[in-house]
Design a protein around this ligand. Structure first.
Ligand SMILES: [Cu+2]
Length: 140
Protein backbone atom coordinates (compact mmCIF):
# COMPACT_ATOMS: atom_id res chain seq x y z
CA UNK A 1 0.00 0.00 0.00
CA UNK A 2 2.67 2.51 0.95
CA UNK A 3 4.24 2.07 -2.48
CA UNK A 4 1.31 3.98 -3.93
CA UNK A 5 2.10 7.11 -1.94
CA UNK A 6 5.00 8.37 -4.04
CA UNK A 7 4.83 12.10 -4.55
CA UNK A 8 6.22 13.80 -7.58
CA UNK A 9 9.50 14.75 -5.91
CA UNK A 10 10.11 11.11 -5.07
CA UNK A 11 9.54 10.16 -8.67
CA UNK A 12 11.91 12.83 -9.92
CA UNK A 13 14.67 11.65 -7.59
CA UNK A 14 14.09 8.06 -8.59
CA UNK A 15 14.23 9.13 -12.22
CA UNK A 16 17.56 10.84 -11.73
CA UNK A 17 19.04 7.80 -10.01
CA UNK A 18 17.81 5.52 -12.77
CA UNK A 19 19.27 7.75 -15.44
CA UNK A 20 22.68 7.80 -13.75
CA UNK A 21 22.68 4.02 -13.55
CA UNK A 22 21.70 3.60 -17.17
CA UNK A 23 24.33 6.07 -18.30
CA UNK A 24 27.01 4.07 -16.54
CA UNK A 25 25.83 0.85 -18.05
CA UNK A 26 25.71 2.49 -21.45
CA UNK A 27 29.33 3.59 -21.19
CA UNK A 28 30.60 0.20 -20.10
CA UNK A 29 28.59 -1.72 -22.64
CA UNK A 30 29.04 0.72 -25.48
CA UNK A 31 25.28 0.82 -26.01
CA UNK A 32 23.00 3.69 -26.87
CA UNK A 33 20.81 5.28 -24.24
CA UNK A 34 18.06 3.05 -22.93
CA UNK A 35 15.65 5.91 -22.35
CA UNK A 36 13.04 6.83 -24.95
CA UNK A 37 11.18 10.12 -24.58
CA UNK A 38 7.49 10.73 -25.10
CA UNK A 39 6.49 14.37 -24.74
CA UNK A 40 3.25 15.93 -23.56
CA UNK A 41 3.37 19.18 -25.55
CA UNK A 42 -0.19 20.44 -25.09
CA UNK A 43 -3.56 19.52 -23.60
CA UNK A 44 -4.42 16.49 -25.70
CA UNK A 45 -1.31 14.77 -27.09
CA UNK A 46 1.29 12.16 -26.34
CA UNK A 47 4.08 12.57 -28.92
CA UNK A 48 4.73 10.12 -30.46
CA UNK A 49 1.29 8.66 -29.97
CA UNK A 50 2.76 5.20 -30.51
CA UNK A 51 6.32 4.56 -29.35
CA UNK A 52 8.21 1.35 -30.11
CA UNK A 53 10.96 0.23 -27.75
CA UNK A 54 12.91 -2.89 -26.83
CA UNK A 55 12.28 -4.92 -23.70
CA UNK A 56 14.26 -3.49 -20.80
CA UNK A 57 14.13 0.08 -22.07
CA UNK A 58 12.68 3.00 -20.16
CA UNK A 59 10.13 5.50 -21.40
CA UNK A 60 10.30 9.01 -19.98
CA UNK A 61 7.17 11.10 -20.40
CA UNK A 62 8.11 14.78 -20.19
CA UNK A 63 5.49 17.44 -19.62
CA UNK A 64 6.37 20.29 -21.96
CA UNK A 65 2.95 21.91 -21.69
CA UNK A 66 1.65 24.42 -19.17
CA UNK A 67 -0.98 22.11 -17.66
CA UNK A 68 -0.80 18.98 -15.52
CA UNK A 69 -1.10 15.47 -16.96
CA UNK A 70 -1.13 11.88 -15.81
CA UNK A 71 0.34 8.81 -17.48
CA UNK A 72 -2.11 6.05 -16.59
CA UNK A 73 -2.15 2.53 -17.99
CA UNK A 74 -5.44 0.87 -18.88
CA UNK A 75 -5.84 -2.23 -16.74
CA UNK A 76 -7.24 -4.10 -19.73
CA UNK A 77 -4.76 -2.53 -22.15
CA UNK A 78 -1.52 -4.11 -20.97
CA UNK A 79 -0.16 -7.68 -21.19
CA UNK A 80 -1.51 -10.02 -18.52
CA UNK A 81 1.91 -10.78 -17.05
CA UNK A 82 3.17 -7.20 -17.00
CA UNK A 83 3.51 -4.74 -14.16
CA UNK A 84 0.84 -2.05 -13.95
CA UNK A 85 2.22 1.48 -14.30
CA UNK A 86 0.92 4.99 -13.67
CA UNK A 87 2.36 8.34 -12.68
CA UNK A 88 2.11 8.64 -8.92
CA UNK A 89 3.37 5.08 -8.58
CA UNK A 90 -0.11 3.59 -8.38
CA UNK A 91 -0.50 -0.15 -8.66
CA UNK A 92 -3.92 -0.13 -10.30
CA UNK A 93 -6.03 2.01 -12.60
CA UNK A 94 -8.71 2.27 -9.93
CA UNK A 95 -6.22 3.66 -7.41
CA UNK A 96 -5.00 6.13 -10.03
CA UNK A 97 -8.50 7.38 -10.67
CA UNK A 98 -9.32 7.58 -6.97
CA UNK A 99 -6.36 9.86 -6.27
CA UNK A 100 -5.83 11.76 -9.49
CA UNK A 101 -4.03 14.69 -7.85
CA UNK A 102 -1.28 12.38 -6.55
CA UNK A 103 -0.57 11.20 -10.07
CA UNK A 104 -0.34 14.56 -11.80
CA UNK A 105 2.91 15.43 -13.55
CA UNK A 106 3.45 19.18 -13.44
CA UNK A 107 4.82 21.33 -16.27
CA UNK A 108 8.54 20.71 -16.58
CA UNK A 109 8.43 17.41 -14.70
CA UNK A 110 8.50 13.86 -15.99
CA UNK A 111 7.46 10.31 -15.20
CA UNK A 112 9.40 7.19 -16.14
CA UNK A 113 8.61 3.50 -16.44
CA UNK A 114 10.83 0.62 -17.52
CA UNK A 115 9.18 -2.05 -19.65
CA UNK A 116 10.51 -5.53 -19.00
CA UNK A 117 7.83 -7.54 -20.77
CA UNK A 118 7.14 -7.58 -24.53
CA UNK A 119 3.71 -6.57 -25.74
CA UNK A 120 1.42 -3.62 -26.37
CA UNK A 121 0.62 -1.16 -23.60
CA UNK A 122 -2.27 1.30 -23.87
CA UNK A 123 -2.38 4.32 -21.58
CA UNK A 124 -4.01 7.72 -21.19
CA UNK A 125 -4.07 10.99 -19.32
CA UNK A 126 -6.96 11.01 -16.85
CA UNK A 127 -7.85 14.73 -17.14
CA UNK A 128 -7.61 14.74 -20.94
CA UNK A 129 -8.72 11.28 -22.02
CA UNK A 130 -11.93 12.76 -23.39
CA UNK A 131 -9.82 15.08 -25.58
CA UNK A 132 -8.08 12.08 -27.08
CA UNK A 133 -4.95 12.13 -24.92
CA UNK A 134 -4.15 8.44 -25.24
CA UNK A 135 -1.01 6.61 -26.27
CA UNK A 136 0.56 3.25 -26.97
CA UNK A 137 3.92 1.72 -26.12
CA UNK A 138 4.95 -1.31 -28.18
CA UNK A 139 7.66 -3.35 -26.51
CA UNK A 140 9.54 -5.78 -28.73
CU1 LIG B 1 -3.36 15.48 -19.95
Amino acid sequence: MSREIYNRRTLIRRGAATLATLSTVGCLGGQASSIQTVTMPDTHTFEPKTATIESGETVRWTNESDVQHTVTAYTDGIPDESTYFASGGFRSERASRNRISDGLTAPGEYYEHTFDHPGTYEYYCIPHESSGMVGTIRVG
